[in-house]
Design a protein around this ligand. Structure first.
Ligand code: CO8
Length: 258
């Protein structure tokens, strides 16, 4: 596929997707989200890829859904056309780990996209926000649901109701991002983290991702049971034999299923 709105690269076992609508600060539209979905399909099918990084530019990860494209929408355009959301869940359904490397603005749908990834690494200039209220709409792709789970009700309510932005330092303190790094080191750091993940047994990494996500989607007892059964099943993996043998033999493991 010839991409117009994203740039796709591979770095060893890591797939990198750069959002690329610089004039619109990477505002999201159907074409971009469809291309993102396609790139994820390709990386997911590629045995040589163990983890994926999504990033934007130094100024913006993504400044939200494209306001110019939706300004004149009718209810029917939004509902029947399923604007942007038609392929939106693809990031969530990706079974390989996806890291958001966020510099600059991550607003509206941009913040929601970052939150849909498995973890966020932020540059020190990152700004997160759900400013939809200022446009006479509300968050429509997870902002009212994922943000409270990440930062708690008080901060999520405040951000969604006032449109206030959260800077990188506050985002780390509040649990929205895993780590803050200097802007110039963002990509290097995110790729390094993704490379570490991609060096492990892929089935184990996928199981961990599934289990952590269960914590958000099921009661504690169900989540613990799911984790326990998945843990038991890891003993069926050749990579478990290799990982433990390597530890006991004091050597680096050679995982087969990467
Ligand atoms: N859509 C379209 N164009 C945009 C957007 C956007 N979201 N954000 C910025 N741009 C454009 C500007 O119009 C401008 O274009 P031009 O140069 O042609 O005038 C260019 O990008 C640069 O922007 P600014 O001049 O405004 O740059 P500043 O540095 O002054 O300000 C800001 C940067 C603060 C990011 C500012 O541009 C801004 O507030 N942008 C809008 C942020 C926003 O409201 N986002 C929420 C959008 S609604 C949304 O995301 C709903 C999602 C619903 C879910 C749908 C499924 C995913």
């Amino acid at each position: 596929m010839d991409y117009q709105n994203i740039i796709v690269e591979t770095h060893g076992r890591v797939g990198l997707i750069r959002l690329n609508r610089p004039k619109q600060l990477n505002a999201l539209n159907d074409a971009l989200v469809d291309e993102l979905g396609h790139a994820l399909d390709v990386f997911e099918a590629d045995e040589g890829i163990g983890a994926i990084v999504i990033t934007g530019s130094e100024k913006a990860f993504a400044a939200g859904a494209d306001i110019a494209a939706m300004a004149n929408f009718s209810y029917m355009d939004a509902y029947k056309g399923n604007y942007i959301t038609r392929n939106w869940e693809r990031v969530k359904t990706c079974r390989k780990p996806v890291i958001a490397a966020v510099a600059g603005f991550a607003l509206g749908g941009g913040c929601e996209l970052a939150m849909m990834c498995d973890l966020i690494i932020a540059a020190d200039n990152a700004k997160f926000g759900q400013p939809e209220v200022k446009l006479g709409i509300l968050p429509g792709a997870g902002g009212t649901q994922r943000l409270p789970r990440a930062v708690g009700k008080a901060k999520a309510m405040e951000m969604c109701l006032t449109g206030r932005f959260m800077d990188a330092e506050e985002a780390e303190r509040s649990g929205l991002v895993a780590r803050v790094v200097p802007a110039e080191r963002l990509l290097e750091d995110a790729l390094e983290t993704a490379k570490t993940i991609a060096s492990y047994s892929l089935p184990v990494v996928m199981m961990i991702k599934e289990c952590v996500n269960r914590a958000y989607e099921s009661p504690l007892n169900e989540g613990l049971l799911f984790e326990r059964r998945t843990f038991h099943s890891s003993f069926a993996l050749e990579d478990q034999k290799e990982g433990m043998a390597a530890f006991l033999e004091k050597r680096a493991p050679q995982f087969k299923h990467r």
